[in-house]
Write a protein that binds this ligand. Structure first.
Ligand SMILES: Nc1ncnc2c1ncn2[C@@H]1O[C@H](COP(=O)(O)OP(=O)(O)OP(=O)(O)O)[C@@H](O)[C@H]1O
Ligand SMILES: [Mg+2]
Length: 377
């Protein structure tokens, strides 16, 4: 029984979501499934908080239902090669149903001779293992570890999918060429799904002719979730808790947030808290103010890392001028065209903006733009 007028806010933001908290992504999930099962490596690219990790979690759960091995490793906090190998190994072990079974499989069936020690105590399922290798051997152990899924796939004659989240972090470890050479030998037996939000770094990793991963993947751009998917999701959550929102108001929310799932959920969360039964148009503005205030710290930090010309350029872009390079527009901020171009490149490198068709620019986080406009009012 659904509890009408429940005090429990049905919208969730922050962390990964699944089940009834997960909206849309049907098209992307089907495409990813078809690609991975045919051994096609994919790069899932999205701005921050567009729902990569949640989608990959739902993808993985579906493969589990089908009995297909699909390991997930997040390398965002990895600081060196040894830590990378540890994370990778532990993710592989979890996929094989726990460390004990993994060790048994690795030693007896795959014929590897790796040695391990327990890294942290905890409940049995939380054990993390540390590879007992010295500095000299760590390059060798890296190869052994990343080869495990391939060995398993070959031996068991089953597909194996490996998801590496925040993959751009490997660029700083100096193992890009090595990883590429190992993965390359895994052919179609292992499908790799690389994901990340630092688009400027990832596009160079996979798009620059001199880089090891050049043109080695199919790229999937994860955009905002379209309004048609949000309509039922949002209206349903309001209705289930005894509140009402119109489809026009939902469209307004989705347009403001450009479909970015984190922002849509955050805005809906704030809106739901404000209204007692029926959403009025004025409530939307109030909810937006709440969200922008809550994100103030984050946005202030994004602003502070910009150079002065990048800050000026960000303000110019936020105002959406019809002619970006006109003397009137640039002159107001004391900029010339060459400095403006350099600032635009910098904003892209810092993952603030995207360049879209027609030479136009958008903010990767649409609420950052609204925050800027509010600051400068
Ligand atoms: N498919 C979805 N349906 C509904 N909400 C979603 C969906 N995907 C993501 N979200 C919302 O966005 C938030 C962030 O999701 P998630 O952590 O998966 O994004 P991410 O792109 O991996 O973020 P980051 O860039 O920080 O790694 C979630 O807490 C949730 O509020
Ligand atoms: Mg993530």
């Amino acid at each position: 029984m659904k509890n009408k007028n429940s005090q429990h806010n049905p919208f969730v933001f922050g962390g990964t979501v699944s089940g009834s908290d997960f909206c849309g992504r049907g098209v992307e999930l089907a495409e990813l499934q078809a690609d991975a099962l045919s051994g096609q490596n994919v790069l899932v690219l999205a701005s921050r908080r567009y729902g990569k990790t949640s989608m990959l979690g739902v993808f993985r759960a579906a493969r589990k239902q089908e009995g297909i091995k699909c390991m997930y490793v997040d390398v965002s906090r990895v600081l060196d090669v040894a830590e990378f190998a540890d994370e990778y190994f532990n993710a592989f072990a979890r996929e094989l149903g726990g460390v004990e079974r993994a060790i048994e499989t690795i030693k007896n069936r795959l014929g590897f001779n790796l040695s391990f020690s327990i890294k942290q105590a905890g409940a049995l399922a939380d054990f993390a293992y540390h590879l007992d290798v010295g500095v000299k051997e760590k390059q060798v152990s890296l190869e052994q570890v990343v080869t495990l899924p391939f060995s398993y796939a070959r031996k068991e004659k089953e597909p194996f999918i490996v998801i590496i989240d925040e993959f751009q972090e490997t660029a700083k470890l100096g193992i890009e060429a090595k990883l590429r050479s190992y993965f390359q030998t895994h052919g179609r037996d292992v499908a790799y799904v690389f994901a990340g939000s630092k688009k400027s770094i990832l596009l160079r990793m996979f798009g620059d002719a001199g880089r090891p991963f050049y043109q080695s993947v199919k790229t999937m751009h994860l955009d905002g979730i379209p309004g048609k998917d949000w309509q039922g999701f949002i209206a349903g959550k309001f209705a289930d808790t005894g509140k009402k929102i119109s489809s026009k108001q939902i469209s307004k929310i989705v347009t403001l947030a450009a479909g970015c799932p984190y922002l849509v959920q955050h805005l809906c969360h704030a809106l739901w808290s404000i209204v007692s039964t029926m959403v009025h148009d004025r409530d939307l503005g109030q909810a937006l103010d709440v969200v922008l205030a809550r994100e103030d710290y984050q946005y202030s930090m994004s602003w502070d890392i910009l150079s002065l010309t990048q800050q000026k350029m960000a303000l110019i872009l936020a105002a959406e001028p019809t002619e970006l390079y006109s003397k009137d527009v640039l002159g107001q901020h004391g900029l010339v065209a060459s400095a403006a171009q350099k600032a635009l490149a910098g904003l892209w490198l810092k993952n603030v903006t995207d360049r879209i068709e027609g030479g136009r620019y958008t903010f990767q986080d649409p609420f950052f733009k609204l925050w800027l406009l509010k600051q400068k009012k």
